[in-house]
Design a binder for this molecule. Structure first.
Ligand SMILES: [Zn+2]
Ligand SMILES: [Zn+2]
Length: 84
């Protein structure tokens, strides 16, 4: 019975770690403006401080905030450098 509980506990830990890993993959709702380091929301088009464009188009056609490291649709890696 004790071994069964131990296995169950390990299983729960494994599931929690898996969920944590998925949270890391999720793109942030806000990030830094590439122009002035002002904190901007993912749905903003322009930086309110320096008027830097905060959205670009991925190779798949999806409009994404500049601080997303990967496209949320096709998974393509992105960098601020690529599209400036
Ligand atoms: Zn800015
Ligand atoms: Zn894409």
């Amino acid at each position: 019975m004790l071994i069964f509980l131990l296995i169950l506990a390990l299983l729960v830990i494994a599931i929690v770690q898996e969920l944590d890993r998925r949270n890391e993959v999720t793109e942030p709702p806000s990030g830094k403006c590439p122009g002035c380091d002002f904190t901007v929301d993912a749905d903003w088009l322009l930086c309110p401080r320096c008027k830097e464009l905060l959205r670009t188009t991925c190779v798949c056609g999806k409009h994404l905030p500049v601080f997303y490291r990967h496209c949320v649709v096709c998974g393509a890696p992105r960098s601020v450098r690529d599209w400036r």
